[in-house]
Design a protein around this ligand. Structure first.
Ligand SMILES: C[S@@+](CC[C@H](N)C(=O)[O-])C[C@H]1O[C@@H](n2cnc3c(N)ncnc32)[C@H](O)[C@@H]1O
Length: 268
């Protein structure tokens, strides 16, 4: 979303003090509403007692990007589509989650999946690009760790039993997110992700490579009903990571492969 010059001028003239931003001067209603919209897009909330917009961390840092670029990403532009609770339960069933499993949610939004992981006894770590959404997860206290970062550039720092995710879909970002997330799994782990429905029929190199990788791993890609995301076509992808042969016998590997039957009905 582009920010108009008059809105930028007001924000530039504001005074920042820690997490608070104080607007100066008298604004017309119309101008105030547009300023308020821009500030809320970067995490600011009007606090009528402080008579300031208050941010989760430094107000100056929060508005620096907006002032430098003259635009902010809205929720829709960032691909924010929270997973509905009933679908979260299906995803966690496919993940074969057990109590005590260490679980990564690498594009956690406001925690629709992560909170349910914790409810079911998983130990969940979250990554989320949007500072407000990351803070809302921290505030609820069910996650072991919440990192505000771009998952696509975050170095691998731990390995997990499960990755459960519903990443952004635009420009095949979902494929990039899932490929990257696979590096965070330990042997014997499993990834379950909601992905864009076009994955099943696209014929560009990225989609072809990805589908063959899922097939090689004996994973599944299963179309979901359109109702989950207001008519947007989606699939759920399950990818198991093999146990290391030197650590376990062939039998475990076979059991794991047949465990995929839970996701039958998929394309392969
Ligand atoms: C489709 S929403 C799903 C949110 C959550 N996983 C859920 O299921 O409700 C995708 C989320 O990914 C976040 N996101 C987008 N790009 C990201 C990135 N590079 N690193 C981490 N999070 C990202 C967005 O801010 C958004 O909250």
């Amino acid at each position: 979303m582009k920010i108009e010059t008059d809105v930028l001028d007001v924000i530039r003239a504001a005074r920042c003090d820690g997490s608070a931003l104080f607007l100066s001067g008298q604004l017309t209603d119309h101008l105030y509403q547009r300023v308020n919209l821009a500030l809320s897009a970067v995490g600011g909330k009007w606090d009528r007692w402080k008579r300031a917009h208050v941010f989760p961390a430094s107000a100056a840092d929060a508005v620096a990007g907006l002032l430098a670029e003259g635009e902010v990403a809205t929720d829709a532009e960032r691909g924010y589509f929270p997973t509905p609770p009933a679908l979260v339960d299906e995803i966690l069933d496919l993940a074969d989650l057990s109590v005590g499993h260490e679980v990564l949610e690498p594009s956690a939004g406001t925690g629709a999946i992560a909170e349910r992981v914790a409810d079911r006894g998983g130990v969940v770590d979250c990554v989320e690009l949007d500072p407000r959404r990351a803070q809302s997860i921290r505030d609820k206290g069910y996650a072991r760790e919440v990192i505000t970062a771009d998952f696509l550039t975050l170095p691998v720092s731990a390995h997990y039993d499960r990755v459960v995710m519903n990443p952004p879909f635009a420009r095949q970002l979902d494929i990039q997110h899932v490929q990257r997330a696979l590096r965070w799994l330990r042997p014997g782990g499993r990834l379950v992700s909601v992905m864009f429905g076009s994955l099943t029929f696209r014929t560009n190199a990225q989609a072809l490579d990805f589908r063959s990788r899922v097939r090689e791993a004996r994973g599944t890609i299963t179309p979901l009903p359109d109702r989950w995301f207001r008519g947007i076509s989606t699939v759920v992808t399950v990818i198991p990571v093999r146990q290391l042969p030197e650590l376990v016998g062939r039998r475990t590997v076979q059991v794991q492969a047949s465990g995929q039957k839970a996701a039958q009905g998929g394309l392969f």
